[in-house]
Design a protein around this ligand. Structure first.
Ligand code: HEC
Ligand code: HEC
Length: 235
């Protein structure tokens, strides 16, 4: 009698876990289809990219590209991956960021850069928000007000004028051309409002935020950043 009970329990649990696995697979496939359309999840590209990453990037961006505060940002951060377009990643890797520790990789072929991007994106779990980023309006804020907010809230980490690590903080050089010329206002707005999970970049919108900035105030900051505030002390 007891054996029979145990038996049917076993059969039921095997069936259940099979069902769970099947569901899981299905939802992964669904997510996979929505994910970053430009770069296919070609396992060979990912493998080649992993090798290139270990040769060229791991020293600063660390294993699994988790980053290191004050040395290099995380490239596998989920919020970062969900809003980063192929072009933004490509241009940043190819051209580097002048005036920061991010060197240009112009010597890597297009295919090699593409494979590094595939490797980084193989970590992405959230659906892509690139369409949402692109659809956002251009900021028409007041740069003078933005400057005040930036100095009060952001400069401790990003440096006065947004010069980044060289000012001694943990935030990247958000006031330099090398960054600003590669990103849209949507990218800036979402990052400032929502932050990046598990980094020191907290969100700045909503009651839970470090400072509850309004949409208008965030646009003021974007308009200030659009004046390349870091360029005057760095070129
Ligand atoms: C407590 C420190 C801290 C504060 C305060 C802070 N940031 Fe950041 N910010 C960071 C860090 C750290 C990162 C990069 C995350 C990483 O290392 O992976 C970042 C990333 C960013 C990025 C993305 C940059 C890139 O290279 O992609 C933007 C834009 C940004 N911050 C804007 C702001 C603005 C505007 C403010 C003020 C409203 C602000 N931050 C306040 C620490 C901070
Ligand atoms: C010598 C150190 C160093 C090396 C090597 C390096 N990086 Fe970076 N990387 C940085 C730093 C520092 C930054 C942040 C620059 C800033 O302040 O804006 C950065 C930023 C980036 C960003 C932008 C991240 C963001 O949050 O906006 C990407 C993408 C990136 N690196 C990719 C790579 C890839 C891919 C490689 C290898 C092919 C690489 N990096 C090699 C130091 C490095």
């Amino acid at each position: 009698m007891t054996l029979k009970v145990i038996g049917s329990y076993l059969v039921a649990s095997v069936l259940l876990s099979y069902l769970f696995l099947a569901c899981d697979k299905q939802s992964n496939e669904k997510n996979g289809k929505q994910k970053h359309p430009k770069v296919q999840f070609n396992p060979q590209l990912v493998k080649a990219g992993k090798k290139l990453y270990a040769q060229n990037c791991i020293f600063c961006h660390q294993a699994d590209a988790i980053g290191k505060p004050g040395v290099a940002p995380s490239l596998t951060n989920q919020d970062f991956l969900s809003i980063s377009s192929y072009k933004f990643l490509y241009d940043t890797i190819h051209d580097g960021r002048k005036g920061t520790g991010m060197p240009p990789f112009k010597h890597l072929s297009e295919k090699k850069i593409k494979s590094v991007i595939s490797y980084l994106r193989s970590y992405a779990k959230l659906p892509s928000r690139i369409k949402e980023v692109k659809a956002q309006h251009k900021s028409q804020g007041d740069p003078r007000l933005g400057k005040l907010f930036f100095q009060q809230i952001c400069s401790t980490c990003h440096g006065p004028g947004g010069n980044g690590y060289q000012a001694g903080g943990t935030g990247t050089a958000v006031g330099l051309r090398g960054f600003l010329d590669t990103v849209s206002d949507g990218y800036l707005r979402i990052t400032i409002a929502e932050g990046r999970s598990n980094t020191r970049m907290y969100g700045f919108k909503g009651p839970q935020a470090m400072a509850n900035l309004s949409d208008k105030e965030i646009d003021d900051i974007i308009s200030y950043l659009r004046s390349y505030p870091g360029e005057s002390t760095n070129n």
